[in-house]
Design a protein around this ligand. Structure first.
Ligand SMILES: C[S@@+](CC[C@H](N)C(=O)[O-])C[C@H]1O[C@@H](n2cnc3c(N)ncnc32)[C@H](O)[C@@H]1O
Length: 367
């Protein structure tokens, strides 16, 4: 079977990241350097046709909510969000990636389960009028969300996983042990499961499991035992209380706060982050038009493993087993991978924006 390949994909060596320097050069110059006033900065693009991130944007609260979209330039190259293209941004957040796509002419359906993100991005991007459509919902319901707005297929899907800096920095949401707040951690406040429910009501074995599986915490038993001991005396209600309890079980090593892994595990459990990721990946197959692009940014190894396995399984034309006389066609074959290794942010971006340090970008093209 011949799979049409975009010209830029042919420049990429299979095992190499196309973005971390070397032979790849498509006219985009790296180095988006931001000053204290983002409006004064330019998205320096060398003749690619992609437009300035801030051009013509009347957003007045730009400074307040600004954060640089992770691997923005690379994502623009990949999605090619030009006029006439339809993009589904499953993780609208502050609207940074969506705005870049809109600036380049595409229509964008921007989905987020967080009401505050939808409200903020709707205001920020209102001047794009009917080219931007915000929808509130879980990206795992992508097929239903799209059919509700009369769309069958899209040309590109972007998932920039995890919580946004706004959510982390909002002391009232309970995502961070740096601020004292009620134990919440819900991205979607319509959900009944909060961090307080998990911490105060889940069985010890379940706590151990999530700390181990979602937090990769080596002291998961001791952390769970400390939590049980504390909650037998009084309910654990705040982030500071929880952090203090976990600190008794987990030693402080390197610069990381001892509660980092336990907080990550609880957040993943509250938002069912790994389950919904598996669900949405399967749903991209019927929703992407032929030649359409799936781009997923992950921030920890659990997410990345799921995306990697999905893309590998869905991109093998044939399957082979020792007991079979010959390879058989893979019924799940749906994508071509332009590169097998994840792309990462370059050193300049990591310096500008430390959150990009752990980002991994994987891309698949619908056959
Ligand atoms: C890292 S931020 C996205 C930032 C965005 N790309 C930007 O440039 O501003 C992730 C956002 O995705 C949302 N989110 C995470 N998981 C989601 C899911 N399963 N369904 C819908 N939204 C989700 C979060 O609420 C958060 O606002």
């Amino acid at each position: 079977m011949i799979i049409p390949i975009k010209p830029w994909l042919e420049l990429v060596e299979e095992s190499a990241s196309p973005f971390s320097g070397g032979k790849r050069s498509l006219g985009l110059q790296s180095g988006l350097v931001l000053s204290a006033d983002p409006a004064a900065d330019e998205f320096r693009l060398g003749g690619s046709g992609y437009r300035n991130l801030y051009e013509g944007n009347p957003m007045s609260d730009r400074q307040e909510f600004y954060h640089e979209p992770i691997m923005g330039e690379k994502i623009l190259e990949i999605l090619e969000p030009l006029e006439g293209k339809q993009v589904f941004d499953g993780t609208l957040g502050g609207g940074g990636h969506t705005q870049m796509c809109l600036e380049n002419g595409a229509h964008v359906i921007g989905c987020d389960q967080d009401a505050a993100a939808i409200e903020h991005a709707s205001k920020r991007l209102a001047h794009f009028e009917d080219r931007f459509l915000p929808v509130r919902g879980n990206f795992a319901e992508m097929d239903q969300l799209l059919s509700d707005v009369g769309v069958d297929q899209v040309d590109a899907i972007l998932l920039d996983l995890g919580v946004s800096s706004r959510q982390l920095d909002d002391g009232s949401r309970g995502f961070s042990f740096r601020e004292d707040a009620p134990l919440d951690m819900r991205m979607d406040d319509r959900s009944e499961l909060t961090a307080a429910v998990i911490v105060n009501h889940w069985e010890e074995a379940e706590l151990v499991r999530i700390f181990r599986e979602f937090g990769e915490e080596r002291r998961s038993r001791r952390a769970a035992a400390e939590i049980l001991k504390a909650r037998a005396e009084a309910p654990i209600e705040t982030t500071f209380q929880l952090a203090e309890i976990v600190e008794k079980a987990v030693p402080r090593v390197s610069g990381k706060h001892p509660a980092t892994r336990v907080f990550q595990a609880i957040r993943i459990a509250v938002n069912r982050e790994l389950d919904v990721l598996e669900e949405v990946l399967e749903k991209t197959v019927p929703v992407l038009a032929p030649g359409g692009v799936l781009a997923v940014l992950t921030f920890h190894s659990l997410e990345d493993r799921i995306v990697k396995h999905f893309m590998r399984r869905r991109s093998a034309p044939e399957l082979d087993r020792p007991e079979w006389p010959e390879p058989r066609p893979n019924p799940d074959f749906a994508f071509t991978l332009p590169f097998r290794k994840a792309a990462i942010a370059d050193a300049e971006e990591v310096e500008r924006n430390p959150r990009s340090r752990s980002a991994k970008l994987r891309v698949a093209i619908r056959n």
